[in-house]
Structure formats: structure tokens, C-alpha cells
Design a protein around this ligand. Sequence first.
Ligand code: B12
Length: 448
Amino acid sequence: MYRYCILESMEKTVVLIINPYVTDFKLYDEWMHPVGLYFLFDYFEKIGITPYFFNFLDPGTHVQEKKFGTGTFECTEIAKPDLYQSIKRKYKLYGRSPQSFISYLKTIPRPDIVCIGGTMTYWAPGIVETYKLVLQCIADSIIVCGGIAAQLIPEYLKARMPYCHIAGNIEGLLSLNELPSLFKGHTISHYMLTIKNCFAQYQSLRHAPVLLSYGCPMRCSYCASSILQPRHHLRPIDIVIDEIIYAIERFNITDFAFYDDALLFKKEELLFPFLKKLDDLGCNIRFHTPNGLHVRYLDRTTLDKMINAGFKTIRFGYESSNVNQRKAVSEKVNRDQLREKISTAFASGFTGNQIGVYVMGGLPDQTPDDLAEEMEFINSLGITVKPVFISPVPGTAVFSQYAIRFPQIQTDPLWHNDTFFITNLENWNENTLESIRIKARTLNSSID
Ligand code: B12
């Protein structure tokens, strides 16, 4: 089934790394980067191979630019899978045209190995589409798929991409029996990898990712972080600073988004010295935290440091204050604690518009009214409310719980889509979702 080829030497091996297409009802570039692929790129460089890189979701090719470097991607409407027929929204393939990929291939030597990434499990049809295009264009290359989706749904991908090795992560790549022995013996140290070298491949960019730590010490029952990265470790601050300086000097970037699961954990050891170093260097930066921060680690000192360092968009993972659902979200914080943290953030100088709180819809036994009431509470604090809907992620406790009622989630990742899954729960449907979205817009319009 698989393809093999004889690779003569490390220096002559040509590797192409691809960030694949995405299939979904919506996709905006809120500082999106395939950070895992940037590390993979650097790993190849460190073992003596300089790879090539093609990003179907290149943030330098926005069709429309939005605030703080964000924007929208090129897309085409595609046929809805049968499962999604009840959803009234358009289903799309996001990413640059096949023609732009074919043109790119003409500029590089013929790849021996093609590495395809992939993030959300329910974006799997986008990975398969990319694989098909690769098969058409580069006959006989060795194709490897890795990243979050490959780690969480390997069987699904294997069944649809017969000529592809499913590696998962970089360690998985090294242990693939079918790969040439060239790779064997090259252990990796995640600590030393940098995103900088892959970054250099872009023509233009308006934003960049920052990752200070890898993995998460928390064990929320809906999140797969601890399965994907079982150990939490801190990246060397000097490497991260070097990446930022590079992004500023090469692309004149001002907007940086944190990708950490738990940015505020061990902040005295990591975030604080990092911000101090940047301050000493006099960098003029705007920071954003699209991935929610843990509210419980916030205090006046932290918030003061954040506002002084240029944090412009801060998001908190509050999820739910309902006692039944708080268990599902590691008892994040209760309402009184949130109220107190928000007033501290105001005292530090943040405005309501800069602060957004994620509230999760679709937790076990939660009704739309529970969520609406939660949103009103967030609004009463004078900040922005951000409803998000549950995606059951394989390997998590919430997934196992839902798998009893919806066994399909174990075999079909399209079920994990945040826009679709919730519509199957009692009391939830497309209309309730729409009313939640409208409610959020109305509530947020009163926030300065
Ligand atoms: C940052 C982040 C985001 C960011 C940006 C995501 C992006 N793609 O740009 C934001 C905040 C926007 C986001 C949003 C969401 N996210 Co998110 N996010 C993450 C997070 C915390 C980190 C991902 C990351 O970049 N890690 C850092 C890199 C370095 O790691 P990595 O990608 O795993 O790569 C490593 C290996 O896999 C390997 N590798 C990677 N690619 C390849 C390829 C090959 C060939 C090989 C060999 C190796 C390899 O190399 C790396 C080093 O080993 C993960 C949790 C986690 N810890 O992974 C959730 C996670 C991916 N998100 C998740 C979810 C649910 C969401 C949301 C749906 C939340 C919601 N309900 O609204 C939204 C949807 C976003 C959208 N656009 O529609 C889920 C996935 C769900 C799923 N079904 O797949 C995760 C796993 C968290 C969870 N709940 O368990 N997210």
C-alpha cells in the first residue's frame, strides 16, 4: 500500500511540509498559525535537511484584512456531507487554489517526502483533499501525515489516505518503520526547536504566534491537551525573544498571539521575565490571547504587567459557573471570583472591549437558558461575552460521556464540529444557536 523510495543521503533528500486545506462552516484568521509544522520544519533543519513549506492558509494571502492583523481566507463552497444536510449554513473549503500549489511546486525540486499537518479532527476532509492533490501532483513521494488530527483520529485518516503514513507527532515520524533509515537515531529536543526558520519562508505577514510553554498542567474534562502533550515544559525565553525580534525585523510585525495552553501557570518563572526582557529591548508590540487564560492566576501585578507590555485582546476561559457544569471545566472560578478578577483588570486599565470571556455551550445537561443567563452575567460585568460550542475531542472524559449517547462520534470526526454537534443535544438546534449568537452581539454592542 505504501510508497517507498531510496533516499541516498540526508543533504539530497527533499522534504515538503504542507499546512492543508480546512473544511468548515466558518473560518477566520484570528492569528492562525500551524505552529506544530514550524517546529517540524526546524527539526528537519537541525538534522541536516532544509525543507520547503507551503501553507494553504497562508496569513500573508488574506482576501480581506481586519483589525490587529486578522483577516479572511480564500474559500469555495463545496457540497455538504450528508451528515450536515440539516445545517443551513454554507460548507466551505478554505485555502489557496490548487493552481497556486501547482505553481509553487514548479519552483522547488521534486519532493521525496511530503509532510501534511492538520489541526481540528473535523477538518479531516480538508486533509484528505490535500492528500489527493499531492498524489496527483507528486507521484511516488513518501507522504506522511501528523499533527493534532493525526494523533486523535489516526484510523479515520488511514482509511481515507491509503498511501500515507500516519505519524502523529515528531517522535512518531522517527519511529515509522516504513521510512528510510536516514531518520533513525535522530532524537529530538522540543526545548531547542524554533519557529523562526519556517517563518522565514513567508513572503509577507501581519501577525505571528508566541509559544512560551508546551502542554498544560490542567486536566479539563473536555480538553485533549494532556493527551497530545503529556508533559508541560517551558521553552527557553531567549529562543522566544529571538523569534519575536526576527518577526519584527523581517516582517515589521506588531501583532503577536499567544498559543500557550496555560500562559499564566508558573508566570514568575516564565511570562514575567519574558515581558521584562522585551521591555528592556524596547519592542513596540501588541499581544493577543485568543486561547483563553486561566482566570484563577490573575492578580493586580500580572494584569499591570500585561497592560504595560501591550496586551490588547485578552480572553478568559470561564466556561460556566453552574455547579453541575463547573466539574466539567476543572472548577475554573465562580461568579464572585470572576467579578473580582474583572474589576482588578479594569483597575489595571483594560477596557471592557479588550476583555472577552468564553462561555461554553453544550456541556452535559446544560440548557440554552443556562447559557443565556451566564451571558447576561458576563455582560453585567461590563465586558465582552464570547459563546463557544463544545467539540467532543477523542480521548477526553466529556467525549466518553457523549459517546454513550452518540456512538457515531467514535468513528466519524465530522460529528466533532462545534457548529454541528450541539444541534444534536436536547433543547439545542440551529435556531437556539442563532439566538445565542444574536444575544451575544446585542449584549456586546453595549460594551466600550
Ligand atoms: C492554540 C489553539 C487554538 C488557537 C489557534 C488554533 C490554530 N489552528 O491556529 C485558537 C484559540 C484560535 C483555537 C480555537 C479553537 N480550538 Co484550539 N487549540 C489550540 C491549542 C491550545 C494548541 C495548538 C497548537 O498550536 N499547539 C502547539 C503545537 C506546537 O503543537 P502541535 O500542533 O500539536 O504540533 C506538534 C506535533 O503534533 C507535531 N506535528 C504537528 N504537525 C505535524 C505534521 C507531521 C507530518 C509530523 C510528523 C508532526 C507534526 O509537531 C509538534 C511538535 O511535536 C490546542 C490544544 C493543544 N495543546 O494542542 C487546542 C485545540 C486544537 N483546539 C480545540 C478546539 C476545540 C478549538 C475550538 C473549536 C474551540 C471552540 N469550541 O470554539 C476553536 C476552533 C477554531 C477555529 N478556527 O475554528 C481542540 C481540538 C478539537 C478537535 N475536535 O480537534 C484542541 C485539541 C483543544 C481541546 N479542546 O482538546 N485553538
